[in-house]
Design a protein around this ligand. Structure first.
Ligand code: SAH
Length: 405
């Protein structure tokens, strides 16, 4: 047992049922509750968030993970015989940082990036986004919630990371039933300004009240691509949130940029970001309106570059069919109305929707409009959102750039 070989960590043991070790032997980081001989019950001495040792039916040690009540019972932190302590988190965080440095994401003109992307950085249940000298830490599992102070301390101790403040933001990401009652607050440091730079453009990041960690860093590369398509175009940025695509379009020389979001708060963030980069620029206008309504009411041919980046229509597999219908309806309206020679950037961030399913929904929408449509680019998440090859579920962002005649 692990507890014998690592005397510093006497961990409770969870045993797999016979034949259930295959996916773990291929390093898939989740243990489903049905794979365990027995799911620990309340009062068993194993509590949610505890570190557990996972062993095969023959007693062979597979590794260590965080226990959780739910269909995913254990999220594996390590395969083999590794003690999960401060040094473990220091190693994982340093590895994560080394990759981001290799990608050149911390530069004078770029200090917004994702440092830890859960399973993609071998830290299931943990997300860390960096904005300048502030890190926003988000736990998706009780185990990471309990480890938050250690993680914050180790992160600040890594000098190269350049992090002085760590803000914890997990009020909406932890399982409600776990009753952890997390408070969004600074674990280390305090507010030191909220402007981050992405590819030379500046953004107010609202980690205190905004969605996710305050900004969608995952669209960085796709926004860069859009900048190259923007010269002289009339741009419509649907579901604009903080106005990321809008600011890049302005930077790329768009003749006008209209931003739409149903949330008034998002629209004020967009306006602030347009203003921060292009003060008083009359090319930008924003509308707090429902996207479908806006598309229904807009004039045909008013825009020749349209971005559709809606929220995840399918948060779960059960919602898949409706989600696909939603993507089809949304894209069909854009195909109907985009000017000839138009460019459509269309996305899905639903993990439950596959690349093929998304493409099929867009294909159906195109066919419905009877326009001539060609795929110019197939987009995905950027390299600071890496996909652990043993955890293909980590691939979630899909996009197409289409040329519509
Ligand atoms: N494109 C953004 C991220 C989009 S997040 C970026 O690059 O940062 C999705 C956004 O869609 C949210 O801001 C949400 O307020 C908005 N939204 C959700 N439903 C909507 C609807 N029906 N109409 C318009 N906006 C909507």
């Amino acid at each position: 047992m692990t507890s014998q070989s690592t005397p510093t960590q006497q961990l409770p043991v969870l045993r797999l049922r016979r034949g259930k070790e295959d996916s773990l032997d291929r390093f898939h980081p989740w243990v489903f509750s049905g794979a365990l001989t027995e799911m620990p019950q309340e009062g068993s001495g194993i509590d949610e968030g505890d570190l557990v040792s996972v062993v095969a039916s023959d007693g062979r040690v597979i590794g260590t993970g965080h226990f959780q009540i739910g269909s995913i019972a254990v999220r594996m932190l390590s395969f083999g015989d590794e003690t999960i302590d401060e040094a473990f988190y220091r190693r994982r965080l340093s590895e994560a940082l080394r990759l981001r440095m290799a990608l050149g994401l911390r530069r004078d003109d770029n200090d917004a990036f994702r440092l830890v992307h859960g399973e993609g950085d071998f830290l299931p249940g943990l997300v860390i986004d960096i904005y300048g000298d502030t890190a926003v830490l988000q736990a998706h599992s009780p185990g990471m919630h309990f480890a938050r102070d250690i993680i914050a301390r180790e992160l600040v101790a890594i000098e190269e990371a350049g992090v002085r403040n760590v803000y914890y933001k997990s009020e909406t990401t932890l399982p409600y039933k776990a009753r952890l009652d997390p408070q969004n607050d600074y674990i280390i440091g305090s507010y030191s300004g909220n402007i981050a730079t992405e590819n030379g453009l500046r953004f107010h990041i609202d980690w205190l009240r905004g969605q996710k960690t305050g900004f969608f860093v995952d669209q960085r590369d796709n926004r860069s691509l859009l900048r190259r398509f923007s010269q002289g175009r009339k741009v419509l940025n649907m579901f604009c949130y903080t106005g990321g695509f809008s600011v890049y379009a302005l930077a790329g020389g768009a003749s006008l940029v209209h931003s739409v979001d149903s949330s008034a708060k998002a629209i004020s963030l967009t306006d602030a970001n347009a203003e921060l980069n292009f003060p008083g620029d009359p090319r930008h206008k924003s509308y707090a309106e429902d996207a479908f309504k806006f598309l229904d009411n807009m004039e045909s041919g008013a825009y020749d570059l349209i971005v559709l980046d809606p929220p995840a229509f399918a948060k779960h597999r059960s919602a898949l069919r409706n989600a696909l219908r939603g993507y089809q309806r949304l894209n069909a309206r854009a195909f109907e109305k985009i000017a000839p020679g138009g460019i459509l950037f269309t996305f899905s961030c639903s993990q439950a929707v596959s690349k093929e399913q998304f493409r099929l929904a867009v294909f159906s929408a195109a066919a419905q409009s009877r326009r001539k449509v060609r795929i110019l680019h197939q987009l995905t998440q950027p390299a600071d959102h890496p996909v652990n090859i043993y955890h293909p579920e980590g691939e979630y962002l899909k996009g197409l750039v289409l040329y519509v005649e």
